[in-house]
Ligand binder design. Structure first.
Ligand SMILES: *[C@@H]1O[C@H](CO)[C@@H](O)[C@H](O)[C@H]1NC(C)=O
Ligand SMILES: *[C@@H]1O[C@H](CO)[C@@H](O)[C@H](O)[C@H]1NC(C)=O
Ligand SMILES: *[C@@H]1O[C@H](CO)[C@@H](O)[C@H](O)[C@H]1NC(C)=O
Ligand SMILES: *[C@@H]1O[C@H](CO)[C@@H](O)[C@H](O)[C@H]1NC(C)=O
Ligand SMILES: *[C@@H]1O[C@H](CO)[C@@H](O)[C@H](O)[C@H]1NC(C)=O
Length: 446
């Protein structure tokens, strides 16, 4: 390469670099605009803080009042957008523009604008403005990885305004080859996929929740979503819980996160953890029939060496630590987040057990259903230094904690940022202590 060629290269690289920084500057400015109070027309602020080459645009609450015309003309010039959030602004007309003008989008929120009107009987009715027709335009956005949208219409409810349907959602996601995450509030995405008559998949979805599943349903779901990383299953009926677990065990899935509600610690659960446990970093079990024993917990720990987050909800009477128990080494050692509840186990024993296993607990949530004083337990753990890295502590309102223990926690846990505890005593001096020492701590009660 000749010298002049080289300078030319350097020059253009420099130009690209500064351009890049320049556009990023607008991304940042625009994302910071909620920090300052601005009372004027939000469009004026937007005109100053946006740039046709910006890559990230997230609406703020003020923007909800801006008419559709503005978005249609502005968004048609934002052809470099990668992230776009139009929550409560979106309409089919806007989706048409996005589908044509923003081919690089990877993350989008298209939750509909909602207008509220009164029905004949003066009940409030929400009118949405995104329908399956709008979803069709979005099928153009082949780079999409994350999509947030409305739940499908309840077919039996009176249809008012535009709404998306289950068939529309399925049509859309089967057109998006890289879609990893579908965020639809209060929607059972798993059951929607399982129930579809269309032949879909394999999809790239990484994260699915599924309620009221059957073993057949789970098998179908795994076939549709072979790349699942996070799965949440709730099961209410008595039979075939084990058959569901067996389907997961037999699959090729490498789940990082598994949430199981209303299951038992059965042989099938043990088998599942034996074959899949090493992939898990997050595991949550809501156990319902006294199947959780100390042996089960130890086995869980051995099967899942990489767990960082664990939630165990149980009312098991058999979760007991015998006298002269020797805690095995190297189980639950990576644990950072722990939630335990509900009842019957000895909270002092179980908490001490977990906290002694890990040396870097950061987030602790304790639930319990009967009034219990845990001063002694907490003081003991504080003294041993087991809570020194905790930044989030949530103690159920049934757990009694004295004021001097609350103070001690605040003094010892230097990283604590959120602390929720039931105050039975007057706490103004504690709040004063927090203020005077300028602690970055939110202390909350019930
Ligand atoms: C946007 O970026 C492209 C390529 O980097 C550049 O040619 C164009 O002039 C930019 N547009 C504006 C309005 O700055
Ligand atoms: C609805 O509200 C309006 C005004 O508040 C009232 O005049 C009307 O009678 C109400 N209709 C019904 C069906 O309650
Ligand atoms: C949706 O928005 C468009 C444009 O603002 C409007 O013309 C239309 O009536 C709205 N649709 C519904 C169902 O409210
Ligand atoms: C989990 O931990 C084991 C042993 O600690 C390690 O060999 C393995 O690579 C880890 N697995 C994953 C998926 O991270
Ligand atoms: C612990 O939980 C918090 C809140 O859910 C989460 O943001 C964090 O990533 C978790 N930490 C680990 C190590 O999993």
């Amino acid at each position: 390469m000749s010298r002049s060629q080289w300078t030319f290269r350097a020059h253009s690289l420099f130009k690209i670099f500064t351009c890049f920084l320049f556009f990023r500057l607008f991304d940042v400015l625009c994302s910071e605009r909620t920090c300052c109070q601005y009372r004027g027309d939000p469009r004026i602020q937007l005109q100053v803080l946006t740039h046709p080459n910006m890559t990230v645009f997230r609406k703020c609450d003020l923007d909800n009042s801006i008419p559709q015309r503005f978005w249609i003309s502005t968004l048609s010039t934002f052809s470099r957008l990668v992230v776009l959030d139009l929550k409560f602004i979106c309409t089919d007309e806007i989706l048409e523009v996005i589908g044509e003008s923003c081919p690089l989008l990877e993350e989008v929120n298209i939750v509909s604008r909602v207008d509220i009107c009164k029905s004949l009987f003066n009940a409030s009715v929400l009118i949405r403005n995104v329908s399956d027709a709008g979803l069709c335009f979005i099928t153009n956005l082949k780079q999409l990885r994350i999509l947030a949208m409305d739940p499908p219409r309840n077919e039996r409810a009176l249809r008012i305004g535009r709404c998306v349907s289950q068939a529309g959602i399925i049509m859309l996601i089967s057109e998006l080859p890289y879609l990893e995450e579908l965020r639809i509030e209060s929607c059972d995405i798993g059951s929607t996929l399982i129930g579809s008559a269309m032949d879909i998949g394999p999809l790239s979805l990484r994260k699915i929740n599924c309620h009221f599943a059957s073993a057949d349903g789970i098998r179908k779901l795994i076939k549709i979503c072979p790349f699942l990383r996070e799965l949440s299953v709730t099961h209410l009926s008595e039979h075939n819980k084990d058959a569901i677990l067996e389907q997961i065990s037999m699959s090729e899935l490498r789940l990082n996160r598994l949430d199981l509600s209303f299951f038992s610690y059965s042989d099938s659960m043990q088998q599942l953890l034996t074959v899949k446990g090493s992939y898990l970093t997050h595991f949550s079990l809501w156990e319902i029939d006294h199947s959780l024993t100390l042996d089960a917990v130890l086995s869980l720990g051995r099967c899942c060496p990489n767990l960082t987050t664990l939630c165990l909800m149980t009312q098991s009477k058999w979760l007991v630590i015998p006298r002269f128990f020797r805690r095995p080494n190297k189980i639950f050692s990576e644990l950072r987040n722990l939630t335990i509840g509900n009842e019957n186990f000895n909270i002092d024993q179980m908490l001490t057990f977990f906290v002694e296993c890990t040396n870097n607990l950061q987030r602790l949530v304790l639930k319990y259903q009967t009034k219990t004083n845990i001063d002694e337990t907490l003081l003991h753990l504080l003294e041993k230094g087991h809570l020194r890295n905790v930044n989030y502590l949530w103690l159920d309102c049934t757990l009694e904690v004295s004021k001097h223990v609350v103070k001690r926690i605040i003094q010892v846990c230097e990283r604590l940022q959120m602390f929720t505890v039931d105050f039975s005593e007057e706490m103004s001096d504690v709040h004063k202590y927090i203020n005077e020492n300028n602690l970055d701590l939110k202390l909350g009660s019930y």
